[in-house]
Design a protein around this ligand. Sequence first.
Ligand code: ASP
Length: 468
Amino acid sequence: MTLVMKFGGTSVGSAQAMRETADLILQAKTAWGNVVVIASAMGSKPVKVTDLLLRGAHSAAAGDKETYKLVAGELRQIHFAVIDELLQPEGERQRVLAENEAFLQRFEDLCQAVLVLGELTPRALDAISGMGEQMSVRILAAYLRQIGHRAEAIDATDLIVTDHNFQAAMPLLPRTKSKTKVRIRPLLDQGVVPVITGFIGATEQGVTTTLGRGGSDYSAAILGQALDAKEVWIWTDVDGVMTTDPRLVPTARSIPTLTYREVSELAYYGAKVLHPKTIRPCIENGIPLRIKNTFNPEHPGTVIVADDKNGNGGMKAVSAISHLSLVTVEGKGMMGVPGIAARTFGAVAHEEVSVLLISQASSEQSISFATPDAFAEKVLLALEAEFATELQRQDIDRIWAQHDVAIVTAVGAGMRGTPGIAGRIFTALGSTDVNIIAIAQGSSECSISMVVGGEDTETAVKQIHALI
Ligand code: ASP
């Protein structure tokens, strides 16, 4: 049985973190037989190696001759300190130091080239920003060897084949699968733990690409699929996906199971969960993806599965997005007139503003939609221009925005076909005088969203959470 485990920046962010990560890897190896590790670049808050690499590259592109050198110095310090603390001098320390130094040298060379050219292409950015992972896996694999286990650092450029869309490359799954199997299966058969870079891939021609910021989760799901893993585990610092933001509601608890659609709704409505795109390779292939806590490894965390069941338990989570505006186009002359909605959203799309929620009563006298506060003014101007004639004729009476509102969303696939959930939510909000400004429920019935005033957000979330 193969288990794929992904460790984020914090889990490899210090010598102590690497030791703990190694313990988790070895425990899993005993339990599962085959373990494949995906690791991010080192990233102890507040310093993330990927951010530093990007800062160096951007400063060089802006003509700054010094910053990238300072950054290289900082990166040296971060990596070398961990290597010195973790690896014994009589062992692989010198070799790993030299390997890391070679990447840092290359970082400086690439930044120097960017400086001379005065141009930073997406391709160069990918070559530069992926080096953090290339350095961290070499340290982790060497440490596993030092404590007596077979392990090999592998660059995902040898495994994940992508298109040429630098910065947000898409994996080409059939090619990735065959390359990964050829390279990784023999290692597993020999009892070796592959320690693979997250975040990066390469085009068919071997040019390094990245899968987008935070892309190591995606790497894990892609490799899990390629290796027909039994499960993929993403290690974080919480007990899985929580019923709500624990900073808002201290009684928030971990959710044992979520479906793909529930994760998508939660991600869309502001919860800090995995990006739905990143987990699709697993979910579509029936591979459960588990989110676990490195600080509480015994806890089962949250497992994400396909949408095959309606889910149970009704509501599972509540999330909120704040700092929004509710824009309303209203007028008695809109009734029965085709095209108003199309023109409204056409004008918004033209401004490249995304709409988070739409509500239109069937009387068609108004359309309301939510958009980030920061874009409200430009949306209003665009709509006024679009409907200048209608405003003049008074077919449209008013285009206006209510600022500082929030969308509070209750999510759960089990809400589908379960009567009474909306009623309970509204009663709970009414009992604490929370005014609901607008409501939207998609016909998937997987979520109900309510727009409330910014000042009511916390109360609304608490009230709904008490119903879960
Ligand atoms: N290191 C990359 C980033 O910071 C990828 C990852 O950590 O998932 O975006």
